[in-house]
Design a protein around this ligand. Structure first.
Ligand code: WAQ
Ligand code: MG
Length: 243
C-alpha cells in the first residue's frame, strides 16, 4: 500500500502562521488535504497569503513503526516546581546536577527557533549544524491519521516525542510550547516515557522551545540527524487525550 507524506505550511509574507504534517494512505489524501487547508485558513495568528501543501510518496519499506511512549502527568504548584521535576528527571537519565541545570536553562532561555537544539553530553556542546534554525523533525504521524482541522497539541507532541525518543543515541527531550495559551510542556525519554509537566510558563507568554539531549558515544550525530529529519515513523496507540 502506498503511503504519502503530506506537509502544510502557511505564511503571511515572511511571518509563519501555521504548519502541520501527516502520513496518509492514497484513499485518505483528499480528506487530509481538506483538513490541512482548513487549518491554514482558520488560524488565530491571521489569514495567510501563502499556503504550501506538499505531497511525497513514501516507500513502505522505509517506514519505522513504533509504539507511543507511556503517558504520565506531573503537575506542580509553581513553574519553578515543574522545572525542578524536569531537572530531577534529567539526573535520573545519568546527567550530573550541573549538566541537568545547564540544559534546563537552555530551554528556558532559547529565542524563537524553527527546530530544536541538539545537545551532546559527550562534548557538553550544542551540535546542530545551524544554531539559529535547529533540527526540524519531520515525516511522522499517528497510525490513525487525523482529519480534524484543529490542532491537538498533546497528540502531535506525543508523536514527535515518540519519534525523537527512538532515535539512535538519544537520551531525552525537553519541550515548552511557544503557544501563549499553552502552559503544559513535557520531558520525554524511552525509559521515563512522556511526562507532562505543568505549568512551565505563565499564560500569555509566547516563549517556547525544544532541546534534544543525545550521547554521540551511543550513536553518531550524523545518523541521528538523518533519522530525525528524514526517516518516516508511524506511531501506534496514540490517544486523543492524555486521560
Ligand atoms: N522539530 C523540532 N523542533 C520543533 C518542531 C519540529 N517538528 N516543531 C516545533 N519545534 C520547536 C520550535 O522551537 C517551537 O518553538 C517549539 O518546539 C515548540 O513547538 O501533553 O505545542 O509546536 O499537553 O509550540 C506540548 C503538549 C505541546 C504537552 C508542544 O510545541 C501536552 C507544542 P510547539
Ligand atoms: Mg507552537
Amino acid at each position: 500500500m502506498s503511503l504519502f507524506s503530506i506537509k502544510m505550511r502557511a505564511a503571511e509574507g515572511a511571518r509563519h502562521i501555521s504548519g502541520a504534517e501527516r502520513i496518509a494512505s492514497k484513499e485518505q489524501i483528499g480528506d487530509v488535504i481538506a483538513a490541512l487547508a482548513n487549518r491554514a485558513t482558520h488560524h488565530s495568528l491571521g489569514e495567510p497569503d501563502f499556503i504550501n501543501i506538499k505531497l511525497e510518496r513514501i516507500a513502505p519499506e522505509e517506514v519505522h513503526y513504533v509504539k507511543a511512549l507511556t503517558i504520565t502527568t506531573r503537575p506542580a504548584e509553581t513553574i519553578e516546581g515543574s522545572f525542578a521535576i524536569m531537572t530531577e528527571l534529567l539526573t535520573a537519565e545519568g546527567l550530573t546536577g550541573e549538566e541537568a541545570a545547564g540544559v534546563v536553562e537552555q530551554v528556558r532561555e532559547v529565542k524563537a527557533m524553527r527546530g530544536a537544539m541538539l545537545y551532546d553530553v559527550a562534548s557538553g556542546k550544542r551540535v546542530e549544524p545551524d544554531h539559529e534554525r535547529g533540527i526540524r523533525v519531520t515525516y511522522m504521524d499517528a497510525k490513525e491519521t487525523s482529519t480534524a482541522s484543529g490542532k491537538n497539541h498533546f497528540r502531535e507532541a506525543l508523536v514527535l516525542a515518540t519519534k525523537v525518543a527512538n532515535g539512535p543515541g538519544m537520551i531525552a527531550e525537553l519541550c515548552i510550547s511557544d503557544d501563549p495559551d499553552y502552559v503544559t510542556g513535557y520531558f520525554a525519554s524511552r525509559t521515563a516515557g512522556y511526562v507532562r509537566l505543568t505549568p512551565l510558563k505563565k499564560m500569555g507568554d509566547s516563549h517556547g522551545g525544544r532541546v534534544f539531549i543525545c550521547d554521540s558515544r551511543r550513536g553518531s550525530i550524523d545518523g541521528l540527524i538523518k533519522y530525525l529529519e528524514k526517516t518516516p515513523v508511524i506511531v501506534d496507540d496514540v490517544p486523543d487525550r492524555p486521560l
